[in-house]
Design a protein around this ligand. Structure first.
Ligand SMILES: [Fe+2]
Ligand SMILES: [Fe+2]
Length: 189
């Protein structure tokens, strides 16, 4: 899978977690919020790491405009990591815990949107298909090394099972995803 599709799959998986966290908050289901918060933090830590270790350094060398979006992206990651660090010092019964998670969610939604709408289209133009596939393979390898689920962990699932998981996980855009996109996006059950 190419690097951009892989990163977008990560974004959509975490968007599903955000939707579920927001719903759990409306229901005041604190245990569910706590479970989802842990998943959100793990996803974001892995995603920012693979972007910063592999994707950002490689794309920023391509041209000045991409470099500017990477510099902004690094600062947005910094904001997310700071909030994550603060959330970890709190417990769900603290009022600031949910407030910080809500700000984290809003800021990551904005950041992921900017990557997809501004950065990724420029990267798509600057790199050929083979280069993006190669980068995707290295991102996937680093995810595996960090202990995150990768496509190979989900290939055994039937398309119906993948669709069911995507629905449970509230993955946005799931109805128009190919099997390959579903495999990349869903979290294993
Ligand atoms: Fe990012
Ligand atoms: Fe991203």
């Amino acid at each position: 899978m190419d690097a951009l599709s892989l990163l977008i799959a990560d974004h959509n998986r975490v968007r599903g977690l955000f939707a579920r966290f927001t719903a759990a908050e409306e229901e005041e289901n604190v245990p569910e919020m706590a479970t989802l918060a842990q998943k959100i933090i793990t996803e974001l830590e892995i995603h920012t790491t693979i972007e910063e270790e592999i994707f950002y350094p490689e794309i920023k060398a391509a041209d000045e405009e991409i470099k500017d979006t990477v510099d902004e992206g690094v600062e947005e990651h910094h904001v997310a990591k700071t909030l994550i660090g603060e959330v970890k010092l709190l417990t769900p019964d603290d009022d600031a815990w949910a407030a910080k998670l809500k700000v984290l969610i809003e800021s990551v939604e904005h950041h992921a949107g900017e990557e997809e709408e501004e950065m990724f289209p420029m990267v798509r133009k600057a790199f050929d298909k083979a280069a993006l596939e190669d980068m995707g393979a290295r991102l996937e390898a680093l995810k595996a090394q960090l202990g995150a689920p990768v496509a190979a962990d989900k290939e055994h699932l039937t398309t119906d099972e993948l669709k069911k998981l995507a629905t449970e996980q509230e993955i946005p855009g799931r109805s128009s995803m190919s099997r390959e996109e579903l495999v990349a996006t869903v979290a294993p059950a």
